[in-house]
Design a protein around this ligand. Structure first.
Ligand SMILES: NC(=O)N[C@@H](CC(=O)O)C(=O)O
Ligand SMILES: [Zn+2]
Ligand SMILES: [Zn+2]
Length: 406
């Protein structure tokens, strides 16, 4: 069925020679329209047939997503945050930046047990463990990690780059090449917090400089090593990822870097709950990342970087970096893809590209995203404090729920 639409054209009164009594046929109008009194008007309305636009989607069923970059912490924080991820995600790559960090397979196995014990009864959530790379990690440790069957990647934190990175790598080319070569042999991906730590480099340029100084030379040197550039924030990162081979270099993208630019740090006063590392960048970078992930490229996948910190450690004179997004992430990713008119590409980003890159099977169960408004809680309380989620107190759409008839 066709519906009538009204188009209004404005004639410019300063133009002396108006185009005459006819509008020319054009691909947009498709018809010759007779307008005898056009000369005497500054605006006209024409009723014409237009194709109906399809009704907006109210419900979306997708393969259960995985989170390829997640901080679960330990103890009471773990117990408080894990249910939010386990509710809708099938698996998650669990970051090793604990205090002290998870540097050995033996410790990764213990941490995995702690996570499994904290899961809500009946949950099928699978934690995929990682090791924290140091200057002293041995190639032997990589072999053990691979053999364990529960460690899926190794994380590079340049020393001093972010939360709990003080034990990270000080000189990747000088100290880590034998380990990285072993990882390439074992097909163990390297996950990268891609920022230089040089205090002379502007905070907003640290990702770009890291790509030039470390990442590009590393890819040249070890083209077989699988690398995930975590939480990308710039157009430079997009260009770099796309200059590399699909299946070898990929990137995770957070909800905050897709939805917020650096103004969100200062809107109406300092906003500590929008502070994370790498720090939010300017709007042109945000737009480049949105175009990249909604393009359908297989090189991008979901990684929330959900990073809970107690409210008192965020709202203080030296607040720490990290945004707690686990409870809101799926709603936010759906919002990004909807705004870009690319909801048809959402499932590949949330549920296919990650497992395909890691060489793991895709999930078989489904979840449903319903377009119904829901209010984000102001805080989540736990035994020793409170955690403030991203978009605290806001109303979001796209409420995720399990598909009942599986
Ligand atoms: N993203 C953050 O701002 N913080 C993360 C560390 C990290 O992923 O860099 C954390 O562990 O709190
Ligand atoms: Zn990081
Ligand atoms: Zn992180």
């Amino acid at each position: 069925m066709q519906t009538a639409a009204t188009y209004t054209f404005f004639a410019n009164p300063h133009v002396k020679h108006l185009p005459g009594p006819f509008l020319r046929p054009s691909p947009h109008y498709g018809a010759l329209v007779h307008l005898p009194s056009f000369r005497n008007k500054t605006s006209i309305s024409i009723a014409m047939a237009a194709s109906p636009s399809p009704p907006p989607l109210q419900e979306l069923t997708i393969t259960r997503p995985d989170d390829w970059h997640l901080h679960l912490r330990e103890g009471d924080v773990l117990a408080a945050v894990l249910p939010h991820s386990a509710m809708h995600f099938g698996r998650a790559i669990v970051m090793p930046n604990l205090k002290p960090p998870v540097t050995t397979t033996a410790r990764a196995l213990e941490y995995r047990e702690e996570i499994l014990r904290a899961l809500p009864p009946g949950s099928n959530f699978v934690p995929l463990m990682t090791l924290y790379l140091t200057d002293n990690t041995s190639p032997e440790e990589i072999k053990l990690a691979k053999k364990s069957g529960v460690v899926f990647a190794v994380k590079l934190y340049p020393a001093g780059a972010t939360t709990n990175s003080q034990d990270g790598v000080t000189d990747i080319f000088g100290k880590c090449l034998p380990v990285l070569e072993e990882m390439a042999r074992q097909e163990m991906p390297l996950l990268v917090h891609g920022e230089v730590t040089d205090q002379h480099v502007d905070t907003f340029d640290r990702e770009k400089v890291f790509i030039e100084k470390i990442l590009a030379p590393l890819v040249q040197r070890l083209p077989q090593l699988k690398i995930v550039m975590e939480h990308i924030t710039t157009m430079d990162a997009v260009n770099f990822v796309e200059s590399c081979k699909e299946g070898h270099v990929a990137a995770t993208v957070t909800p905050q870097h897709l939805l917020l630019n650096r103004n969100a740090l200062f809107q109406g006063g300092l906003q500590p709950h929008n502070y994370c590392l790498p720090v939010l960048k300017r709007e042109t970078h945000r737009q480049a990342i949105v175009s990249a992930v909604t393009s359908g490229s297989k090189q991008y996948f979901l990684g929330t970087d959900s990073a809970p910190h107690d409210k008192r450690r965020k709202e203080c004179s030296c607040g720490c970096a990290g945004i707690y997004s686990a409870p809101v992430a799926l709603s936010l990713y759906a919002k990004v893809f909807e705004q870009a008119g690319a909801l048809d590409k959402l499932e590949a980003f949330t549920s296919f590209n990650g497992p395909d890159f890691y060489g793991l099977p895709r999930n078989t169960s489904k979840i449903v995203l319903r377009k119904s408004a829901w209010k984000v809680p102001d805080t989540y309380s736990y035994s020793s404090g409170e955690i403030v989620p991203m978009f605290t107190g806001n109303t979001l759409e796209w409420l995720p729920s399990d598909q009942l008839e599986e």
